[in-house]
Design a protein around this ligand. Structure first.
Ligand SMILES: [Zn+2]
Length: 113
């Protein structure tokens, strides 16, 4: 499963349309808060997860996307307007996030073409 279209909708949401015609929509805030890079999510070393402290200075720019690059066939790399660009979101990770955002309510979104 991979997205055939990725686009920003309503200025603050990211919509992914998958090749089976289902789609996933995330708020950019959620995506940024769940940034999978080591700087945001911490690193797991010897089974212990080290999480960095949350930044205390929050900038509205951190929730705006500057650019999205497709990484190989498996992920997207999102560059945020505050300069953060080390988060690589694999399709697998996005699906994990989707499970979290839906909160098991089996919410269905209309397919956006
Ligand atoms: Zn990050």
């Amino acid at each position: 499963m991979r997205p055939k279209q990725i686009k920003i909708v309503d200025k603050d949401k990211l919509s992914l349309t998958w090749n089976d015609e289902t789609s996933t929509i995330f708020s950019l805030k959620y995506l940024r808060d769940e940034c999978p890079c080591a700087g945001c999510k911490g690193e797991t070393i010897l089974f212990k997860t080290f999480r960095p402290p949350k930044p205390t200075m929050l900038s509205p720019e951190m929730y705006k996307i500057k650019s999205i690059d497709v990484v190989g066939e498996y992920a997207i790399q999102i560059a945020w307007k505050d300069g953060h660009n080390t988060g690589i979101y694999s399709w697998e990770y996005i699906k994990t996030l989707e499970a979290g955002v839906n909160n098991n309510t089996q919410q269905k979104y209309d397919t956006l073409i």
